[in-house]
Design a protein around this ligand. Structure first.
Ligand SMILES: Cc1cc2nc3c(=O)[nH]c(=O)nc-3n(C[C@H](O)[C@H](O)[C@H](O)COP(=O)(O)O)c2cc1C
Length: 337
């Protein structure tokens, strides 16, 4: 699809379309990331999906090959659990060694890694769930921020402010380029986000039905079936709010929370990350808490990334045209789409 929009993010990342595929734990491998890049957007390989450093290196090399040398990104999710980010120092060394020069950091502020990344000239895009944290990241010197709203799959933060409000409000608080997400999966939302001041959108849930995602077809079929009402917010009692597919394990977590259980050990049989991997592998979508946001409603068909992008861009083009046709002189001439 021909380039429709030129923004600070398309310029900064060197991409054609303002469509960013956020890191997806267990799912963002070389095939998926390369498909996002080859379709003209940007993708981020989740470093924590490849705990073995050499497996990570091999996956980066595979992605480089699949993109024919085009730029792609790495996602560094920084957990608040003490010690759990230590492995990422080795991953950062490998990433730099392999010539990756763009990261999506998320979770905790990325101070611990900023020095190494900046001195290597890496573009740092930090993902947060609130404008307050975005402004803090800007003050730390990151190059761009991503702000996700309450609708998003995974971690929507504690304040649960929606994407519509955050997108417009961010324009008033930030000077660096910003990407918005949370509930985005239709091109009309892309046009709206750009109109409000954003430079790109990030999508996660909408993309889980991509053909290039390795997960079992039964899981993807379930996402296709899901509406905007099929997600559940859990783990708020641990101040770690998480939006997941409304399956048996997510409901078990809600039950423990409603009973006032505070011992994390009792939650582990449901929330440990390895259960997600098992669910994606077996297709047993009732297992594990599976990140999913309200934009599941737009994921209506399993398709290659390039086709999903083409649909979204056409929808964005039509939305922009609709606005043009509504502008007073055109509307008065009866040209409303
Ligand atoms: C299945 C899934 C796994 C995710 N895993 C990660 C992750 O490992 N690291 C991360 O920073 N964000 C992760 N996210 C969040 C996405 O990168 C993205 O920010 C989010 O999905 C955008 O909101 P949306 O789900 O409404 O599109 C995940 C989201 C989903 C749906």
């Amino acid at each position: 699809m021909a380039q429709l929009f030129k923004t600070r993010i398309t310029d900064l990342f060197g991409i054609e379309h303002p469509l960013i595929c956020g890191g997806l734990m267990w799912l963002s491998d070389a095939n998926y990331v390369a498909a996002s890049v080859n379709a003209g957007g940007m993708g981020f390989m989740t470093a924590k999906t490849f705990p073995d450093p050499e497996a990570f290196r091999a996956e980066l090399q595979k992605c480089r090959e699949l993109t024919g040398g085009k730029r792609f990104g790495v996602n560094l999710y920084l957990s608040m659990q003490p010690g759990s980010n230590d492995m990422l120092h080795t991953h950062v060394d490998i990433m730099l060694d392999e010539g990756v020069d763009i990261v999506e950091t998320a979770g905790m502020p990325p101070q611990e890694f900023l020095g190494d990344l900046k001195s290597a000239g890496v573009i740092i895009n930090h993902k947060v769930a609130s404008i307050k944290h975005a402004a803090k990241a800007e003050s730390l010197g990151v190059d761009a921020v991503t702000i996700v709203g309450a609708e998003c799959g995974g971690h929507p933060g504690l304040d649960l402010v929606g994407t519509m409000v955050q997108t417009a409000a961010a324009a008033q608080s930030l000077t660096i380029p910003y990407i918005v997400g949370g509930g985005i999966g239709h091109g009309s939302q892309v046009a709206a986000a750009l109109a409000m001041g954003a430079d790109a959108v990030v999508m996660g849930s909408r993309m889980t039905v991509s053909e290039e995602i390795w997960a079992h077809r039964a899981y993807k079929d379930k996402v296709v079936e899901a509406s905007e009402r099929d997600t559940r917010l859990i783990m708020s009692s641990f101040r770690n709010t998480y939006r997941a597919y409304d399956n048996e394990d997510a409901r078990s977590v809600s039950k423990l929370e409603s009973e006032g259980v505070t011992d994390y050990e009792e939650y582990k049989p449901f929330v440990a990350g390895i259960h997600q991997k098992e669910a994606y592998t077996s297709g047993d979508w009732n297992k594990g808490v599976l990140s999913l946001g309200q934009s599941a409603v737009f994921a209506t068909e399993v398709k290659p990334v390039a086709d999903i992008f083409a649909d979204i861009l056409e929808e964005a083009r039509l939305a922009a045209e609709r606005l043009d046709n509504m502008r007073f002189p055109a509307a008065a001439a009866g040209q409303v789409a």
